[in-house]
Structure formats: C-alpha cells, structure tokens
Design a binder for this molecule. Structure first.
Ligand SMILES: Nc1nc2c(ncn2[C@@H]2O[C@H](COP(=O)(O)OP(=O)(O)OP(=O)(O)O)[C@@H](O)[C@H]2O)c(=O)[nH]1
Ligand SMILES: Nc1nc2c(ncn2[C@@H]2O[C@H](COP(=O)(O)OP(=O)(O)OP(=O)(O)O)[C@@H](O)[C@H]2O)c(=O)[nH]1
Length: 438
C-alpha cells in the first residue's frame, strides 16, 4: 500500500524545517526513514492515529541559489503538487503576508488539492488578529500553530489525517476502479454493457461520489472491478447530459477517481483532437490507460490494417506510448474478453515498486552508458534514485544540477526504466532534486 504524501511549502524562514521536525519528531512516531534519502532529511515517514504518511520538506529541495525568491517558491509549490496528497502551506505571522505568499496561494488554489494554511509563530492564541490578514489568500481558515513550541500541532495532525485519501483497501477491497471515456458515440455504453453481459459477471449498483453518478461493481472469479459513473451507459435511454461541456467535465471527474482509464476510439475514424484531449486527462493525472479501438467489425481489413492503425495511434497519441491497444467490437463481442485481463495487467504495473538496490544498478548503468550532457562546461551528475510512490510510479533522482537535466535525457532515463522494469500501461514520473552527492 503506498503511503500518502504530505508536503510542506512556504517561503524561506517561515518555519518549514521546524514544523517538519516537530511533526516527525516530538509528536509523531517515526516509523521508518524512506530508504536511501535519509541523508537528505527531506522525506520522513510518519504516523498519527494509526494513519501512515510520508512528510516532505520542499524547502530543502527546490532551492536554486541563483533564482529570484519568487521563482524558487513557485517551483517548490509545483513540485509539491506533483507528488503530494495534502499540502501544508506555511506562512509567518511575524512578518505577515507577502507577495510571495500570494503567488504560492494562487498556484495552490488553482490546483484544487487539499491545502491547510498553517499560520506559524503564533505563541499567543488569545489574539485572533494575528492570523486575520491570511484569509485574503482564499485558502480557508488559517490554522495557527507554534512549530517551535509544538502548540496546536496535534490538532494540525488531526486535520492532516482527515484530509488524507482513504486507503484503497478500506474503501473498496481490492477492486480496481475503471473509467470508460471517449467522445460521444464511440461505443462506451456498448462496451460497458458487453462487460456486464459477459458470463460469470456479477453486477450491482454503488452510489458514486457525485450526486447522479452510479458506479457499477462487477466481479469475475476472484477479481473485482468498479466501473465509474456508468449511470448513463447502462441504460439506453440516457439522461440528457450530452452537452459537450458537461460530458467533458464528467469524464474528467471519472478519470480522477479511476485506477485505470479505458480510452475508447472509433475504429472507423481517425484520432480526433477531442480524442487527444480526452486521452490526455488520464496521462496528466498519472493514470494507467488502455486504448480501445472499437467498431473494428466495420473496418475493411487486410493483414496490415491493424499495424497501420496502431502506427497512426502511436503518432497521434505519442505522449502515451506506454498504453496497450486493443482492437475490439462491442457489437460482435470480438476480443472484448481481453479487456478485464488488460485492466488487471496495467493496474498491477501502476502499483509496482522496484527495490532501491535494483533501481540504482539500472540507473548507474544507464548513466555510465550515456552520461547526462554537460551544461556550460559543468558536469551534470546523478547520484542516486529512489521510488517514492506508486500510481503512478514516481522516482526521485538526486543530482548536483537538477535544472540541467535536459528533457531528452529524462526521456532516456524513462526508457531505461521501462526497458528494465516494464511498467506497461502506466505513466511514470521522474523528479530531479538537488543533493550534495555521496
Ligand atoms: N517564534 C517562533 N519562531 C519560529 C517558529 N518556528 C520557527 N521559528 C523560527 O523561524 C526561523 C526559521 O525557521 P526554519 O524552520 O529554519 O524555516 P524554514 O521555512 O525551514 O526556512 P528555509 O529552510 O530557509 O526555507 C528559525 O529561526 C526558527 O527558530 C515558531 O513557531 N515561533
Ligand atoms: N458496428 C458497431 N457499432 C457499434 C459498436 N459499438 C457501438 N456501436 C454503435 O455505435 C453507436 C453508439 O454506441 P454507444 O455505445 O451508445 O456509444 P457511447 O460512446 O456510449 O455514446 P454516448 O453515450 O453518446 O457518449 C450505437 O449505435 C452502437 O450500436 C461496434 O463495436 N460495432
């Protein structure tokens, strides 16, 4: 089970490190240090009221000495967003609100991610005026604490734990959540009905999280799946929601909740702009995806048709070359039986953890084979890598000059990881962090 990640962000000197130590030291049992990164003291595993999480101090991470302050803080916030489930945004009640605070608040607000606005250095809780001005950040009630004295820190931890995502096991057993997305008329309903019509499948309705969403629970043998927001798909007379905006919004919501996304294309047509956009949601949210080319029964074929269509998809959806492609017909049932096994496969890959030792031997080899190109005569060195998350598998590479690891080199490393470990169907995240080295 991956641990949720809680990130601390804020401009320098507001007390992030003090809070980090306080949250992981005095009041929280340290369960274990994340292997390998202990010397950087940036990631620490913590536990509160039986919930485990990993705390990240982004302060030490993002500093690039030559950057203006505002850029540093912005980068910090963006990095936190990339990996965190809950964000602690620390402000300083002694210095008061600054333009940098507002900049970060703006990024965090737009993200829609759970944020706790922590007003630090409050030693006098009887004075409510200390935190008033921070309401202006639009991030809800400021949460007053004194990191240095540990005041109100237990309450803060309660709040953090409340905002952590439900552990998947408690929520729905082992069921994989699957979103079926695609343009109108590509055959989403037909596929869902086919899946439900397959033998040995047990169907029941579960109320979804959005008001009119209905999730469908299916079981096949030992395996369980939840098809997300299938209300309109299972009945032929659909709720009148086909305005484009609404269906796009709906698809986005479904994708956010999903473990695996089925991107349905119409085999009688090419890949349209809208297809790209819809497929992009899953990719951007780090979800495992399967591309389903439907209506294959309508496509006049010879022995090269499939290969040609596949090549076209790889070109048009080049950002998700990791996704397997299935050619099916919901009408005739052709190859529909391959969908659930494919979901199992990519779901497992998205949750895969690789051992730190193995990972580093692959990375070392890759770096020796093709070292990162030097920038302005300065060598770029990658010291060490560690996998910090699954769904999607997320790796941190500690290096001397993270900003100089070129995009094409990142792609190279990603390809090396895929060659060594597979990860078919899931996007990977590679993050580069500064470290002083060995
Ligand atoms: N009075 C008071 N001072 C605090 C509190 N928390 C932190 N400080 C002080 O604020 C200063 C900055 O604290 P740090 O924890 O180093 O701040 P930081 O945000 O990690 O700073 P950077 O590492 O520069 O990003 C230190 O001198 C702390 O002792 C607090 O609750 N009350
Ligand atoms: N020939 C053929 N027709 C199909 C196939 N799958 C779906 N269709 C037809 O395509 C049309 C649209 O199918 P739906 O399943 O309603 O498509 P949808 O994606 O759910 O459509 P919206 O709910 O409007 O988004 C229907 O007339 C289906 O009968 C297929 O594999 N082959």
């Amino acid at each position: 089970m991956p641990k949720p990640v809680v990130a601390i962000v804020g401009r320098p000197n507001v007390g992030k490190s003090t809070l980090f130590n306080r949250l992981t030291g005095a009041r929280v049992a340290i369960v274990e240090d994340t292997p390998g990164v202990t010397r950087d003291r940036l990631y620490r595993d913590a536990e509160w009221r039986g919930r485990q999480f990993t705390l990240v101090d982004t302060g030490g991470i993002a500093a690039r000495p030559d950057d203006p302050l505002v850029a540093q803080v912005r980068r910090q916030a963006e990095q936190a967003l990339e990996e965190a489930d809950v964000i602690l945004f620390v402000v300083d009640t002694r210095t008061g609100l600054t333009a940098d605070d507002e900049e970060v608040a703006e990024i965090l607000r737009r993200s829609g991610r759970p944020v706790i606005l922590v007003a630090n250095k409050v030693e006098d809780f009887s004075d409510p005026t200390l935190t008033h001005e921070f309401y202006r950040l639009g991030l809800g009630d400021p949460f007053p604490v004194s990191a240095i004295h540990g005041l109100n820190v237990g309450d803060l931890l309660d709040r953090v734990v409340d905002l952590l995502p439900e552990a998947a096991v408690e929520e729905d057993g082992m069921a994989l959540k699957v979103a079926v997305v695609g343009r109108p008329n590509v055959g989403k309903s037909s596929i869902v009905n086919r899946l439900l019509g397959e033998e040995r499948v047990i169907v029941s309705d579960l109320p979804g999280t959005t008001r009119d969403a209905i999730d469908t629970y299916i079981r096949q043998g030992e395996r369980e799946y939840i098809l997300i927001d299938t209300a309109g798909m299972r009945r032929k007379s659909r709720i009148a929601d086909s305005t484009e905006h609404y269906s796009v919004l709906r698809a986005l919501k479904a994708v956010e909740r999903a473990d695996v996304v089925l991107v349905v294309l119409d085999g009688t047509e090419g890949v349209t702009e809208q297809d790209k956009k819809i497929a992009g949601y899953g990719h951007e949210h780090g979800k495992a995806s399967i591309i389903i080319v439907n209506k294959w029964d309508l496509v006049p074929r010879d022995d090269k048709t499939m290969a040609r269509y596949e090549e076209m998809i790889r070109q048009e959806l080049s950002f998700m070359s990791y996704a397997p492609i299935l050619f099916i017909s919901a009408l005739t049932g052709q190859r529909v039986a391959r969908i659930l096994p494919a979901i199992d496969a990519v779901g497992a890959e998205a949750s895969r953890r690789v051992a730190t030792g193995t990972l580093n031997s692959i990375v070392r080899e890759a770096v020796i084979l093709t070292p990162p190109p030097a920038v302005k005569g300065q060598a770029v060195k990658i010291f060490y890598a560690t996998q910090v998350k699954v769904k999607p598998p997320t790796f941190i590479f500690f290096c001397n000059r993270p900003e100089d690891v070129h995009f094409s080199y990142q792609r190279y490393l990603e390809n090396q990881l895929r060659q060594a470990f597979g990860f078919e169907g899931t996007p990977l995240r590679l993050l580069f962090r500064r470290s002083k080295g060995q």
